[in-house]
Write a protein that binds this ligand. Structure first.
Ligand code: FCB
Length: 440
């Protein structure tokens, strides 16, 4: 594979020793073998006509369940230190479900790749509901079961993936499973997921785990202008999508005005939610430009944002966009991380970038190389500015089932032909492998 000219002339600076390089996936998006698990809310949602853009389902997806050995070989060929995948709760609930993860973890360990499982990546078993407080306790029981089985080999754990998106898209706007459109009445779903995170930390500690984090999605919220109404709208957006999820985990408190809106004994729950974590996972894709509400429904990034929202989302002009329409803004990552350091100070554990990537078509994916190159450099800028960053995971190893977008959005370093399931490493796979080699 030819070396990218950018890297040849100006190599990416070295990251600190022990820095963890990896790639991420999630169970529902790649595993398939739907007949070997109980249904999740995503299976139910996908079955409703019109929910997924290309009408596809994740019944087969990448068929990773049957082809995991080939996929682990791809990880080994890439030379990553670690692999972030998720454990499907509905699969664990079905007979022999945990055996699959047992085999996968063994295969990873044999290949010298550290397993980093996420314990919930949106595929809630049908019958459970994040609006119910009890789901948090059920999750803790599930986590104990998984930790008892895998804890001898798994040392690094992630509790939840992006409770912000799962709340916003799944419960407030209805664009994702379970398809509810509750707007602000979705807030209990956020609280119960956060409580589930805290309970999972406790369960993992009880099982002897010493390296635990969460993967939260974050991005700077840029006001559309300096007009007070735009600034205020951007602050509100920041509170709702960033601080509502970072503050309880890192500070043990909700941003002002939010705790009152949550159900149950919130101050007791916050003690659980604020259980110390060993690292803080950040999924970063792009900043959002936010303006004052315009009193009308708007379409943005494939979403319909209702008129009642106290903000609108505007285009970030003058930037390349990915196939998804997301702007490419690497320095947003530096801004985000230095902002975290300033805001949380000593309360901020080491950061791991648990997802970063982009959707582009094609196998000679020079656009993806440019995106990743820019973001890894921006991450290095944050390290130079004194932010304690310990790892970086590309989303994703494989093209996969991109939720409501179906198979149209391709995020993989490896191309998947969804007819034949053949895997073909893209140009970015060779590029990332060379970046990792140069780091060593
Ligand atoms: C994140 C999700 C992940 C994937 C990427 C593109 O929000 O965690 O599953 O869909 O976006």
């Amino acid at each position: 594979m030819a070396t990218d000219p950018r890297t040849a002339t100006n190599p990416i600076s070295r990251f600190p020793a022990g820095f963890l390089w990896g790639v991420s996936t999630s169970a529902h998006q790649i595993e398939g073998a739907a007949d070997k698990r109980e249904p999740s809310v995503w299976d139910a949602f996908t079955a409703e006509p019109g929910r997924v853009k290309d009408g596809s389902t994740a019944e087969v997806a990448c068929d990773h369940y049957h082809r995991y050995r080939e996929d682990v070989a791809l990880l080994a060929g890439l030379g990553v230190d670690a692999y972030r995948f998720s454990i499907s709760w509905p699969r664990v609930n079905s007979p022999d479900g945990l055996d699959f993860y047992d085999r996968l973890v063994d295969e990873l360990c044999a290949a010298g790749v550290r397993p980093v499982p996420t314990l919930f990546h949106w595929d809630l078993p049908v019958g459970l509901d994040w609006l119910e407080r009890d789901t948090a306790s059920r999750f803790a029981d599930h986590v104990s079961l998984v930790a008892d089985r895998l804890g001898d080999r798994v040392k690094k754990w992630i509790t939840l993936n992006e409770p912000a998106e799962h709340t916003l898209l799944g419960h407030a706007l209805g664009a994702h499973a379970p398809g509810r459109q509750l707007l602000f009445d979705a807030l209990p779903a956020a609280h119960h997921q956060l409580l589930a995170h805290g309970r999972a930390v406790q369960a993992l500690r009880a099982a002897g785990a010493a390296d635990i984090g969460i993967a939260n999605s974050h991005g700077p919220a840029w006001p559309a202008s300096r007009e007070p109404a735009d600034v205020e709208a951007a602050e509100f957006y920041d509170l709702l999508l960033n601080r509502l999820f970072s503050d309880p985990v890192l500070l043990g408190e909700y941003p002002q005005g939010i705790g009152e809106l949550m159900p149950g004994d919130v101050s007791a729950d916050l003690k659980v939610i604020g259980e110390p974590v060993d690292f803080y996972g950040v999924n970063y894709y792009a900043p959002t430009r936010v303006g004052a509400p315009q009193g009308e429904e708007i379409e943005f990034g494939g979403l319909t944002l209702p008129a009642e929202l106290p903000f609108t989302v505007r285009e970030i002009e003058g930037r390349p966009v990915t196939d998804f329409g997301w702007p490419v803004v690497p320095e947003g990552l530096t801004e985000l991380l230095t902002g975290f350091r300033d805001r949380f100070g000593d309360r901020l554990p080491p950061i791991v970038i648990t997802e970063n990537g982009c959707s582009y078509p094609g196998i000679d994916d020079q656009d993806r190389i440019a995106y990743l190159d820019g973001h890894i450099r921006a991450l290095h800028d944050a390290v130079e500015a004194g932010v304690d960053v310990r790892g970086y995971f590309v989303w994703s190893l494989l093209d996969n089932f991109e939720w409501a977008e179906g198979y149209e959005r391709r995020f993989g370093l490896v191309h998947v032909d969804f007819e034949t399931l053949e895997r073909t490493p893209k140009a970015s796979y060779g590029w990332f492998r060379d970046v990792l080699r140069a780091q060593r």
